[in-house]
Design a protein around this ligand. Structure first.
Ligand code: AGP
Length: 613
């Protein structure tokens, strides 16, 4: 999604903006631009470029061709209007008195545009952002007020989501910001002040991060931050301390962030589990939910998008089996627009790495409106979902840069396993000894993942054979079906090979007609009670020409009688098998993408954090 950076202080602004934008590249974008206020000339210079940031860097001599100490920059992920220089941000009022960058969607932009046209404004781009900046300009000129006054008036009129960074020609050295439902963070250090869509862009300057709330504004001036509510009154926002290091967001010798993050999984899982396993038992006190509150849940509703949803699918099986209470799973984008019938004692678990996914935020708010208790599993400290949930389980994955999630997904799985085990205990389904046994099983996961990674060369070889495939199918039953869904997404999103995940028993109800000579079918075979069944579904595919890959535990070498290529994971309690079985699929997705020469970390059309619906 779009990335915003703002800087005002003693340094030349353009190089700072470019370096900040580079740190936001992972969010996904298709054009970029920056605007810098040249105090000497009293003018705002704007440069935009379609394509990669390198084009913008070249156009500006790495920022050295633009003078001024105060500016805003932007990477655009197209929503309204194609990727082009015209549609790229910053956008500006016709006299360039007000200039803005924006992340989000102004839903009523057509209606506002018509109003502005009636007042003599004309438009040069297809974007909703141009409407937002001209609306601010309109109120600024109409009431001769301050920037805050104009922004507040505009905020009252705009519907949708926005994080805005603005420059006003009359206010050199100052940046203004406003926010509703799109992420925006601020920081200050040594007389400088910063604005960004996420922490990664400003972490090298400060670890004390201010999160602007909904319908709030800010002014950055002389190294100070001033915050305002919708009435224009000054308000106080306390900073959050970020513990992770700026280095954590660097490649550290790996060719791609994705491989680095795959390798960080043992550490991410260990840290996450250590936050809730005390003296060999599960203790969710750091999450802020008591055993009594857990015990009072008569149903669980799990909500997420993409990979986070796949965790819900896996946990549905795990929680129902261990804790014996009904689990309902919902795609956030669906849940938000329907009236799901849930008991008042339902515990809603919202899963989101970024904590800023627009649909997941809306789903959380809906659950709260219905009076349900909410628990979120979030990786980004201080994000919207974390702030608005009743309880937060922070995963300890550290910053995840690659668009394809790996370590955040695994850390979320580990967190959810921990919740499932504690829930089962408080529901009286596990005695002390069994809880300790499962806790031990969880703590053994990191080493088991390291062992799977030692075997990565076989997967690399296999990927080179299948890099020209057009299709693939992943099948499994129960928990293995959930793993197949995540494996399929990993293949699709970074290698652009079409793949589908199927509950193994469903294949012959239609999809098997797509199997032909050489089609890759991957079977996930970690659940002992259904392994034979899935194997026989694989045989059905083989007799129609499929090439079979099977993923199973080390004690099931007999699958080699059936499959063409076997991959083994260490033995594990079957409830937790997804967290191991997904690793070969992550590696396969990665190596397929590398073999095809694709941009592994920044796949086409995708954004890291989907902050619009
Ligand atoms: C998976 O690799 C994707 N990055 C995507 O499906 C992601 O899991 C989804 O957009 C949800 O993001 P969130 O966890 O930040 O809410």
């Amino acid at each position: 999604m779009c990335g915003i950076v703002g800087y005002t202080g003693a340094k030349e602004a353009a190089p700072v903006l470019l370096s900040g934008l580079r740190k936001l590249e992972y969010r996904g974008y298709d054009s970029a631009g920056l605007a810098v206020l040249d105090e000497a000339k009293g003018e705002i210079e704007i440069v935009k470029a379609k394509g990669r940031l390198d084009v913008l860097a070249e156009k500006t001599g790495n920022g050295s061709n633009i003078n001024g100490h105060c500016g805003i920059g932007h990477t655009r992920w197209a929503t309204h209007g194609e990727p082009s220089e015209e549609n790229a941000h910053p956008h500006y009022s016709d006299d360039c008195a007000v200039v803005a960058v924006h992340n989000g969607i102004i839903e009523n932009y057509q209606e506002l545009k018509e109003k502005l046209i009636r007042h003599g404004y004309s438009f040069h781009s297809q974007t909703d952002t141009e409407v937002a900046v001209k609306l601010v300009d309109y109120y600024y000129k109409k009431y001769f007020g301050t920037p805050i006054d104009a922004m507040n008036r505009a905020m009252v009129r705009m519907r949708g989501s926005y994080a805005l960074g603005l420059l006003f020609k009359d206010y050199p050295g100052e940046i203004y910001a406003a926010r509703k439902d799109s992420p925006l963070v601020l920081g200050k250090a040594d007389g400088d002040a910063f604005l960004a869509s996420d922490v990664a862009a400003i972490l090298e300057y400060t670890r004390d991060i201010y999160y602007l709330g909904d319908l709030q504004c800010a002014r950055l001036k002389d190294g100070e931050l001033t915050f305002y509510n919708l009435d224009g009154d000054e308000i106080t926002i306390e900073p959050h301390r970020i513990e992770w290091d700026a280095k954590a967001a660097e490649k550290e010798g790996y060719e791609h962030f994705m491989m680095k993050e795959i390798y960080e999984q043992p550490r991410a899982i260990r840290d996450t589990l250590n936050s809730v396993i005390k003296d060999g038992r599960l203790d969710l006190s750091s999450v802020g939910i008591s055993d009594e509150e857990l015990a009072s849940a008569d149903q669980i509703c799990m909500i997420g998008c993409g990979s986070a949803y796949h965790i819900c699918v896996a946990l549905q099986y795990v929680i129902e089996d261990l804790a014996g209470i009904p689990v309902r799973i919902e795609l956030a984008s669906e849940y938000r627009y329907r009236e799901a019938v849930l008991s008042k004692d339902t515990l809603c678990i919202i899963i989101s790495q970024s904590g800023e996914t627009a649909d997941s935020i809306a789903a959380l708010r809906k659950a709260k409106e219905h009076g349900l208790r909410t628990l979120s599993v979030v990786n980004v400290v201080g994000s919207t979902i974390a702030r608005e949930s009743d309880h937060v389980f922070y995963t300890m994955a550290g910053p995840e840069i690659s668009v394809a999630t790996t370590k955040a997904y695994s850390a979320q799985l580990a967190a959810c396993y921990a919740i499932a085990v504690r829930l089962a205990s408080v529901k009286g389904r596990l005695d002390d000894a069994r809880e300790r046994e499962l806790a031990e099983e969880l703590l053994a996961i990191p080493d088991k993942i390291s062992r799977i990674l030692e075997d990565k060369n076989r997967i690399q070889w296999f990927a080179s054979k299948f890099a020209s495939s057009k299709d693939g199918f992943l099948i499994g039953r129960g928990i293995d079906y959930a793993t197949a869904m995540e494996g399929s997404l990993k293949m699709k999103e970074i290698s652009y090979i079409h793949s589908e995940a199927y509950a193994a028993g469903e294949l012959k109800h239609g999809t098997i007609s797509l199997i032909e000579q050489g089609t890759l079918v991957i079977g996930i075979l970690t659940q002992p009670h259904v392994m034979e069944k899935t194997l026989s579904n694989m045989v059905e595919c083989k007799s129609r020409g499929a090439y079979l890959m099977g993923i199973t535990t080390k004690d099931h070498v007999e699958i080699e009688d059936t499959v063409d290529f076997a991959v083994y994971i260490p033995e594990i309690d079957p409830h937790f098998a997804t967290i191991l079985a997904v690793i070969p699929m992550q590696l396969l997705g990665y190596y397929l993408s590398v073999s095809k020469g694709l941009d592994v970390d920044k796949p086409r059309n995708l954004a890291k954090s989907v902050t619009v619906e």
